[in-house]
Design a protein around this ligand. Structure first.
Ligand code: DMJ
Length: 801
C-alpha cells in the first residue's frame, strides 16, 4: 500500500468532512459569540418615541417612493422594472422563464398593494386605486399563471381591499359608490383557478391558463407542484366562500389540505417539497421550512386561527414537533429527508425560512424564535443584506437579495410579542440597509449579488404589499393605525383577513371550535414581556462578556461533553479558561484568568476536538466514497468524496459496489444508445459507469446506465473547478419513481478530475468501489490498526451488494 496515497486521500476527505462537521458544531458557538459581540458592541437601547416616529415616516416615504415609481412608470403592468424604469408585461418583456408565471397582465403590483394604502391611512389614494383596478383589470387572458402566486397576491389582494372598502364605508364614511366589485373580481378569478383542482388527489396543479383552464396544450404534461404551492390556498378560498356564500372554493381548498396531510411521512411526520398531483408520489423528499414548503405550515396554523377548526392546529402541532425534532439544529433550520430525518440533506438555508420565527411567535414558542431570528440578524450584519441562501457557517450560497419581507415580518411579530426594543433596532438597521443598497431613482431594485451590490431590474409586488408594510407596522403605535390589526390574520402575502370571517360560516363548515376563544384571546393580547424569553436569552450572553453576572461555580472543571452553548455558566467558564469564541470579523485573542484555568482550557479544547471527530463520523453518514485501488492486489485504496442520490438504493453499513470504471458513451448519457460501439469495447455490463452532468436529468442517466448493465453510476459535475471542499454536497433528486436499483453518486469536478487523472495514468482498468465515506474511514482505520498491531477486531467491509 502506498501510505502516502492513503494518507493523502484521508486528509482530503477528512479535512472537508471535518470542515462540514466543524461548522455544525462550531456554528452554534459562533452564533452565540456573534450574539455576544453584537450585544456588547451595541447594547439594546430603548428607542425614543421621536426616533420611532421618524422611522415610521421613513418607512412610509420608502413605500411612496416605490409606489409612485410603479404608478408613474409601470402601471398597468404587473411589475415595475426599476432600472429600466418601465413596466414588465407578460408576453412583451423578454421572458425570464418559469419565474414569469407570477405575471398575468392583471396589474399585480397595484392589486397587491391596495391594503397597504389603508394601513398608511391614505384613503384618497386607496379609493383612486380601487377605481383603477375596477376599471382596468381583467382576467380573460390566454396566459398560464401560477395558481399559488395568483391566489396569494391577486385573490388575497382583492379580498382584503374589498373588506377594507366596506370597513371604510362604515367607519370613515367614504367610498359610498362601492358595491362589492372587488369581491366579484376575486370570485371570477377564483373560478378561473378552479380547473387546476381537477386532479385525482384533489391537490391542485401548479399552473393554469386563465382563459382555457387546464385545456392549454402546454399544461398537458403538468403533474408536479410544490407543497407550499398546493397548501397555501385555504385562507383566501375560505374567505372567498364565506364572503360570496359559494362553498366551492373552501371545499376544494380543504380537500387539498386533507390530501396533503395524508402524504406526510408516517414515521417522521415530515413533508417533502415537490409532489405529483396525480399519483401523490413525492418527487423531492427534502424537508425543511424554507422554499417549497414554508407557507404550508403557515396556513395550517393560520387556518386554525381564522376558521377555528381544531384539526388544523393538531396537524400543525404534529408537523411542528417533527420540524423541531429533525430540522431545527440550535438556531439553524436545515433540511433533512422526510424518510431519513436523522441526516441533514443540505448544509445551507434559504432566506424564505426567515418567516419561521414569526410563525413560532404566533404559535407561542418564543425561545427558538428569538434564537433563529438572532442568527438571521447576524447573517444580515455580515453581508449587509440577507442573501437568498447561506451556509451553516453563514457564507453566501446564493448571493441575490430580492427585498423579501420575511425577516422584517418576524422582527415585527417578535417586537409585538415582547416589546423588546432590540427588535426596533433590528428594524432600523434593516430599513437603513434597504435605503443604502436597494434604493434607486425609480423605486427599489433587488440586488443581484450582495457581495458586489449590483442591482437587478426587478421589484416584486411583495416589496409593497409586505416588506414596507411590515416596516411601517413595526414603527407604528396602535393609535397610528385605522384598524386594530390584532383582529386580523395576515395571509402569507400580508393581506388582512378579519377573524370575524369565522362567524360568516354556514352549515357546510361547522368545525370543532372548543379552543377558539383561547386562540382569539392570544391573538388579541400581547403576552406580557416579563414572561417571555428574549431578554432572558440574550442578557446572560451579554453578562458573560461583561462579567456583570456572578457565576455559580461548582468548583468542577467543565468537560466538553457537558458543554452547552446555551448555558450562560458554561460560556462564562469557557471564557475564564481563556477560550474566546470568535465571530467573523472579530479575531480577538482569549486570555485565561489563571494558569490553572488555562490548563483546563487546553484540556477542554482537546476534548472538543475528540468530540468533533466522533460527530464527524455521524455527519459523514450521508457522504459517499468513490474509492479506487491502483495496486494489482487491491490493497491500497484512496477515497474521493461524492454525494448520494434520493432515487437510488442506499448503501447501508458495510455494503459497497465494486467494478472497473468506464466512461459513458456519449459522455452525458442521455441518448438511448449508451455504450454500444460495435466492437463492444465500451461494454458497460458489470462496470461502474461515469457520466457527465447535463442535457438530461440525473435519474434518466441512471436508468440508461442500469439498462446498459452498469453496476453503479458516477455523475461528474460539468462546472470546471467545482469542488466538495468549497461547495455543499447535496443529494441528487429523482422524479418520484423508484425504479433505479444501482447506486448513483455525484462527484464535483475537482474530485472527479483526480479520478480521471488516475484513470488516464493507469494501464489496466481501474477498480473502484462505491460505499459510504464513514465506512471507508472505519475500514482504513481498522487496517491501519491491524498494521500497527493495535487492534484485532477490525472488520473489512466485505458485504458486496
Ligand atoms: C411572498 O410572495 C410571500 O410571502 C410568499 O409566501 C413567499 N414569497 C414571497 C416573499 O418572499
Amino acid at each position: 500500500m502506498s501510505s502516502t496515497g492513503m494518507s493523502n486521500s484521508t486528509s482530503i476527505s477528512f479535512s472537508s468532512a471535518q470542515r462540514l462537521v466543524f461548522t455544525f458544531l462550531l456554528a452554534l458557538l459562533i452564533m452565540v459569540a456573534s450574539v455576544l459581540s453584537s450585544d456588547t458592541a451595541m447594547p439594546t437601547q430603548n428607542m425614543s418615541h421621536k426616533e420611532r416616529t421618524e422611522l415610521r415616516d421613513e418607512a412610509r416615504d420608502m413605500f411612496y417612493h416605490a409606489y409612485r415609481a410603479y404608478m408613474e412608470n409601470a402601471y398597468p403592468a404587473d411589475e415595475l422594472m426599476p432600472l429600466s424604469c418601465k413596466g414588465r408585461y407578460r408576453g412583451v418583456t423578454p421572458s425570464r422563464g418559469d419565474m414569469d408565471d407570477i405575471l398575468g397582465n392583471f396589474s399585480m403590483t397595484l392589486v397587491d398593494t391596495l391594503d397597504t394604502l389603508v394601513l398608511l391611512g391614505d384613503f384618497t389614494e386607496f379609493e383612486h386605486a380601487v377605481k383603477l383596478v375596477i376599471r382596468d383589470v381583467q382576467f380573460d387572458s390566454d396566459i398560464i399563471v401560477s395558481v399559488f402566486e395568483t391566489n396569494i397576491r391577486m385573490v388575497g389582494g382583492l379580498l382584503s381591499a374589498h373588506i377594507l372598502s366596506e370597513y371604510l364605508q362604515k367607519q370613515v364614511d367614504v367610498m359610498h359608490w362601492y358595491k362589492g366589485e372587488l369581491l366579484e373580481m376575486a370570485r371570477e378569478l377564483g373560478y378561473r383557478l378552479l380547473p387546476a383542482f381537477n386532479t385525482s388527489t384533489g391537490i391542485p396543479h401548479a399552473r393554469v391558463n386563465l382563459r382555457n383552464g387546464m385545456k392549454d396544450p402546454m399544461l398537458k404534461k403538468s403533474r408536479e407542484t410544490c407543497t407550499a404551492c398546493a397548501g397555501t390556498i385555504l385562507l383566501e378560498f375560505a374567505a372567498l366562500s364565506r364572503l360570496t356564500g359559494d362553498p366551492i372554493f373552501e371545499v376544494r381548498a380543504h380537500a387539498a389540505m386533507d390530501a396533503l396531510w395524508k402524504l406526510r411521512h408516517r414515521g417522521s411526520d415530515l413533508m417533502g417539497t415537490v409532489l405529483n398531483v396525480h399519483s401523490g408520489d413525492w418527487v423531492r423528499r427534502d424537508s425543511g421550512v424554507g422554499a417549497g414548503i414554508d407557507s404550508y405550515y403557515e396556513y395550517l396554523f393560520k387556518s386554525y386561527v381564522l376558521l377555528g377548526d381544531d384539526k388544523y392546529l393538531a396537524r400543525f402541532n404534529r408537523h411542528y414537533n417533527a420540524v423541531m425534532k429533525y430540522v431545527s439544529e440550535g438556531p439553524m433550520l436545515l433540511d433533512v429527508l422526510m424518510h431519513r430525518p436523522h441526516a441533514k440533506s443540505r448544509n445551507f438555508m434559504d432566506s424564505l425560512l426567515a418567516f419561521w420565527p414569526g410563525l413560532q411567535v404566533l404559535s407561542g414558542d418564543l425561545k427558538p424564535a428569538v434564537q433563529t431570528h438572532e442568527m438571521l440578524y447576524q447573517v444580515m450584519q455580515m453581508h449587509n443584506l440577507i442573501p437568498e441562501a447561506f451556509t451553516v457557517d453563514f457564507q453566501i450560497h446564493w448571493g441575490q437579495h430580492h427585498l423579501r419581507p420575511e425577516f422584517i415580518e418576524s422582527t415585527y411579530f417578535l417586537y409585538r410579542a415582547t416589546g423588546d426594543h432590540h427588535y426596533l433596532q433590528v428594524g432600523k438597521r434593516a430599513l437603513k440597509t434597504l435605503q443604502q443598497y436597494a434604493k434607486v431613482s425609480c423605486g427599489y431594485a433587488a440586488v443581484n449579488d450582495v457581495r458586489t451590490g449590483k442591482h437587478e431590474d426587478r421589484m416584486d409586488s411583495f416589496v409593497l404589499s409586505e416588506t414596507f408594510k411590515y416596516l411601517f407596522l413595526l414603527f407604528s403605535e396602535p393609535q397610528d393605525l385605522i384598524i386594530n390589526v390584532d383582529e386580523f390574520v395576515f395571509t402569507t402575502e400580508a393581506h388582512l383577513l378579519p377573524l370575524s370571517i369565522a362567524q360568516l360560516g354556514n352549515a357546510t363548515f361547522s368545525f370543532r371550535q372548543s379552543d377558539e376563544n383561547n386562540v382569539l384571546d392570544f391573538m388579541r393580547t400581547c403576552p406580557s414581556s416579563n414572561k417571555l424569553f428574549p431578554e432572558k436569552v440574550r442578557k446572560p450572553l451579554r453578562n458573560f462578556i461583561t462579567g456583570s453576572c456572578p457565576r455559580t461555580s461548582s468548583g468542577k472543571r467543565l468537560s466538553a461533553l457537558d458543554f452547552q452553548a446555551s448555558n450562560a455558566d458554561h460560556l462564562r467558564a469557557v471564557y475564564d479558561m481563556g477560550i474566546t469564541m470568535v465571530s467573523v470579523g472579530d479575531r480577538s485573542q482569549g486570555k485565561a484568568k489563571s494558569h490553572e484555568e488555562g490548563e483546563m482550557g487546553l484540556q477542554f479544547m482537546q476534548e472538543m476536538l475528540e468530540l468533533t471527530k466522533i460527530q464527524s463520523m455521524n455527519q459523514l453518514a450521508q457522504l459517499q466514497a468513490v474509492a479506487y485501488a491502483t495496486d494489482e492486489k487491491l490493497q491500497d485504496w484512496t477515497a474521493l468524496m461524492a454525494g448520494p442520490s434520493h432515487f437510488s438504493p442506499e448503501l447501508i453499513g458495510e455494503q459497497f459496489v465494486e467494478g472497473d470504471v468506464i466512461l459513458a458513451n456519449p459522455l452525458r448519457a442521455c441518448g438511448e444508445k449508451l455504450n454500444q460501439v460495435e466492437d463492444g469495447a465500451d461494454d458497460a455490463r458489470g462496470k461502474v459507469l461515469v457520466a457527465e452532468r447535463g442535457d438530461c436529468t440525473f435519474v434518466s442517466k441512471a436508468r440508461l446506465a442500469q439498462k446498459a448493465g452498469a453496476v453503479a453510476l458516477i455523475v461528474c459535475d460539468n462546472v470546471p473547478g467545482s469542488s466538495g471542499e468549497t461547495q455543499p454536497m447535496f443529494a441528487m433528486s429523482g422524479d418520484g419513481t423508484d425504479d433505479v436499483l444501482i447506486p448513483v453518486v455525484f462527484m464535483y469536478n475537482v474530485e472527479f478530475s483526480k479520478l480521471a487523472a488516475v484513470m488516464k495514468r493507469y494501464e489496466h482498468p481501474l477498480r473502484v468501489r462505491i460505499m459510504q465515506m464513514v465506512e471507508f474511514k472505519r475500514w482504513q482505520l481498522a487496517k491501519e490498526g491491524r498494521q500497527n498491531g493495535t487492534t484485532t477486531s477490525a472488520q473489512k467491509p466485505d458485504r458486496e451488494l
